[in-house]
Design a protein around this ligand. Structure first.
Ligand SMILES: C[S@@+](CC[C@H](N)C(=O)[O-])C[C@H]1O[C@@H](n2cnc3c(N)ncnc32)[C@H](O)[C@@H]1O
Length: 424
């Protein structure tokens, strides 16, 4: 037997604890040439199926693999076969095993007293504080750069962490009536203007690890090649390349079914997207996200708008000719008040347009205004008859009062105008 090698009895005990009942977690830290390599493995529930999540951290670089039972057994052999100074900690429901291999190659094993812990891979059994704490999100947060190597949320990323958590809470609430059979069906989410993919990745993990959706794919779309390249690398690191996909494209021209087909995925042309989301997609990119949600026949649209300039330009300019704007001259004179008024009007028009098109729509505050001034969120679920008189007349009354044509109305063209014509 080589120095530092585990004897067969100890190796067999480790196999029995990991591959038997009540396995919770194994972590091994190896120190070599001043560098630290850490590998951990734990059971996770992915869409209701038990898998083993292996997380490798090599000198700060994180990589995750989701393994089946055979893959886990192979991974375990690699852990057992490691050489050098190392610490191994193995937790099962019945107790812990610690193995320490010293510089001189001495192997020391200690065992805790027998315990009676609950080893559950069901994420719902955990205490649910926030969505990103309702499953083991350590690797996800590290790869996203939201958490540091120790798993602590970086101070500079706290705002984004909170935004994503709050957004996920809304998604969770929107989906609360989905039945188990719905959760087994294909569920495609498109994140419009995904940027660095914090929300995109978090959505996939929350839907599959916490909410029990078994057949999810998430597509992030952004026109910036650098962020899309970085996001694709994250999918490799997190072992979700076939599940979390990224397209470098302009939202206006992005062809979702063609993209899915090119990725070797089933395009499901009748209902290309189940849910469309956007988080702070700048200016009219939010309108574009809503329009794509309508065109892709999304059942759900969840969108937190960003800055909005379109109406400001129009109301700023036409104040002289527009009676409503003249009455509001005292508001429109002040930049900050004009901005807020235009934001409110823009989001109202957006919500009204979705209502006209058959979506039950709510406008809510999703994070505290201390976190971001962009804290409004539109949540919409398709399911009522489009073109209802009440929704149409409320929209037209407001639009005609202000004598403006909202960008989204122009963008949706005939899809919307055929309902407006009925009233006029
Ligand atoms: C403020 S960032 C938000 C990113 C991300 N959703 C988040 O919350 O971290 C807005 C993103 O939208 C993208 N974007 C804006 N207009 C777009 C368009 N027309 N098509 C695709 N992406 C767009 C930008 O490139 C940018 O990455």
């Amino acid at each position: 037997m080589e120095r530092g090698e585990l004897d067969e009895a100890l190796a067999e005990e480790i196999r029995a604890r990991v591959l038997g009942e009540g396995f919770m977690k194994i972590v091994q830290t190896v120190r070599r040439n001043g560098k630290t390599f850490r590998i951990s493995m734990r059971p996770v529930s992915i869409g209701g199926v038990t898998r083993y999540q292996a997380e490798m951290v090599d000198d700060g670089q994180v990589c995750v693999k989701n393994l089946d039972a055979n893959g886990a057994a192979e991974g375990l052999e690699e852990i057992i076969a490691q050489r050098g100074v190392r610490d191994l900690h193995l937790m099962t429901a019945k107790g812990d095993l610690h193995v320490r291999v010293t510089k001189k190659g001495h192997v020391m094993a200690t065992r805790s007293a027998e315990m009676d812990r609950v080893a559950s891979v069901q994420p719902h059994d955990r205490v649910k504080k926030t969505p990103l704490a309702s499953f083991d999100a350590t690797a996800l947060l590290r790869v996203l750069g939201i958490a540091d190597g120790e798993g602590n949320i970086r101070a500079s990323m706290r705002g984004k962490y909170d935004q994503v958590n709050e957004f996920l809470k809304v998604v969770e609430d929107v989906l609360k009536n989905e039945k188990p059979e719905d959760k087994a069906r294909p569920f495609t989410v498109v994140d419009c203007g995904c940027g660095k993919a914090y929300l995109t990745q978090a959505l996939y993990f929350h839907l599959t690890r916490s909410l029990g959706f078994a057949n999810v794919r998430v597509v992030g779309v952004d026109r910036r090649a650098d962020v899309v390249d970085a996001a694709k690398k994250m999918s490799v690191q997190l072992d979700v390349v076939d599940k979390v996909l990224f397209a470098c494209a302009d939202l206006a021209t992005f062809d979702l079914p063609a993209f899915l087909t090119a990725c070797g995925q089933d395009a499901a042309p009748v209902n290309a997207a189940t849910m469309v989301v956007s988080l702070h997609a700048c200016d009219t990119a939010t309108d574009e996200a809503l329009a794509r949600g309508v065109e892709w026949k999304a059942r759900y649209i969840v969108s937190a708008p960003c800055c909005q300039h379109e109406l400001q330009k129009v109301l700023g300019k036409s104040a002289g000719a527009n009676a409503a704007a003249r009455s509001f001259a005292g508001v429109l004179r002040h930049g900050i008040l004009r901005e807020r008024l235009c934001d409110i009007l823009t989001d109202t028009f957006r919500a009204q347009i979705l209502r006209i098109l058959g979506f039950r729509t709510q406008v809510v505050e999703f994070v505290s205004p201390d976190a971001t001034a962009r804290n409004i969120l539109l949540r919409a679920e398709y399911g009522v008859k489009p073109g209802q008189n009440g929704a149409v007349s409320e929209y037209l009354d407001l639009r005609d009062f202000w004598k403006v044509t909202p960008w989204l109305e122009t963008r949706l063209g005939d899809t919307l105008s055929r309902y407006l014509e009925r009233y006029e």
